[in-house]
Write a protein that binds this ligand. Structure first.
Ligand code: G3H
Ligand code: 13P
Ligand code: ZN
Length: 348
């Protein structure tokens, strides 16, 4: 199957009532781990690259590696997505490369750190929507700001400082016409999200549910959704790592989100933990080894295991064969004719 539009993939997920994991990649092993899991569980999937990933791997390497994934797995719908685009130019460059979806994260200014005003966010997101939709490319926007800082991206803080206001979410969706809406509900990027198992005082599922009630047909996106499992923390610490005790987003809370309009779930940290734990174990147990394949293969297998589990938990497993890819040119026509609506249904 050629790469598919993320809009098509999320519309299908909404029809089927499931969520789709969006997994970050930086290299070949991570892409192979995701595809191994997608094949194993028969799942449609979103492969996403941050600006940091695009610069680390170099654009064309990463792009062609993802194309190879599509070429080798014709039965799997794959959307190629720019994660946390910080400007119109970043999103434009991803679209020019051939990404089928972009996130314009206008919740922060271009520095990726300073919260932007609502008006600035609307203006830059709308500009990206107009440019992207003309080319059949999906757009995710963000309203509210996540906590934490990952590779320089994020406003810092606990995640509770800029929780999304449901009224603003409605206004933002109406003014921008985004295909998917990321909201802030107290999560942060990275491993250190919560200091104990999160309850409703820090993980605002009530806000998510309120937004879904107001925007019942909008595809919601949960960022910072790694669960940071204890067993993965323990492996790292057992083999010489130094992680402080920490909690992520429990899978059952994500599943509650999926029952309330969440269609895209961003996961990066859990895969980083799985790979690093596997590499540490090999180097600790067999310090005489130096062939990168000796530790990259277990790392890839460890990540595949986590991704396959998430695909099953999010409900996307078994849905790869439900539909055929609509070409990006057809999707562009759909936006133009209005067949693909960009006006959210609003419950007042
Ligand atoms: O946005 C957060 C993702 O985990 C990507 O992180 O910017 O370090 O590649 P990164
Ligand atoms: P985690 O750090 O929780 O994996 O979140 C990843 C993310 O939101 C990428 O955009
Ligand atoms: Zn994110």
């Amino acid at each position: 199957m050629p790469l598919v539009s993320m809009r098509q993939l999320l519309d299908e997920a909404a029809k089927g009532g499931y969520g789709v994991g969006a997994f970050n990649v930086n290299d070949m092993e991570q892409i192979q781990a995701i595809m191994g899991a997608a094949k194993e569980t028969k799942s449609p999937v979103i492969i996403q690259a941050s600006r940091g990933a695009r610069s680390f791997a170099q654009d064309r390497y990463l792009f062609h590696l993802i194309l190879a994934a599509a070429e080798l797995n014709p039965e799997i719908p794959i959307a190629m997505h720019q994660d946390h685009g910080n400007s119109f130019e970043t999103c434009k460059s991803a679209i020019e490369l051939g990404y089928t979806s972009v996130m314009m994260d206008g919740s922060l200014k271009e520095d990726g750190k300073t919260p932007a005003s609502f008006e600035e966010n609307v203006a830059v997101t709308k500009k990206v929507v107009d440019y992207a939709h003309e080319r059949g490319v999906t757009v995710e926007g963000e309203i509210g700001v996540l906590g934490g800082i990952e590779d320089g991206h994020g406003a810092g803080g606990t995640g509770l400082e800029h929780v999304t206001d449901p009224d603003q979410a409605v206004e933002f969706a109406e003014k921008t016409g985004v295909d998917a809406l990321a909201i802030a509900i107290g999560t942060s990027h990275g491993a250190y999200k919560f200091t104990k198992k999160p309850d409703g005082s820090v993980l605002k599922m009530d806000v998510l549910i309120a937004i879904h009630k107001r925007l019942p047909n909008t595809h919601l996106v949960m960022h910072g959704s790694s669960s940071v499992p204890r067993d993965l923390q323990d492996i790292i610490n057992k083999y010489g790592g130094k992680l402080k005790e920490t909690w992520g987003v429990p899978v059952e809370e994500i599943q509650l989100g999926i029952r309330n309009g969440v269609r895209k779930i961003n996961v990066d940290t859990d895969n980083r933990l799985a790979m690093t734990g596997a590499i540490r174990k090999v180097l600790w147990d067999t310090p005489e080894k130096f062939d990168p394949r000796d530790y990259l293969k277990p790392a890839r297998e460890a990540m595949q295991k986590v991704v396959a589990l998430r695909m099953t938990q999010f409900g996307q497993a078994g849905h790869a064969g439900d539909y055929q890819a609509v070409s990006i040119a057809e999707i562009a026509k759909g936006y133009k004719s209005g067949a693909l609506s960009t006006k959210p249904l609003v419950a007042r």
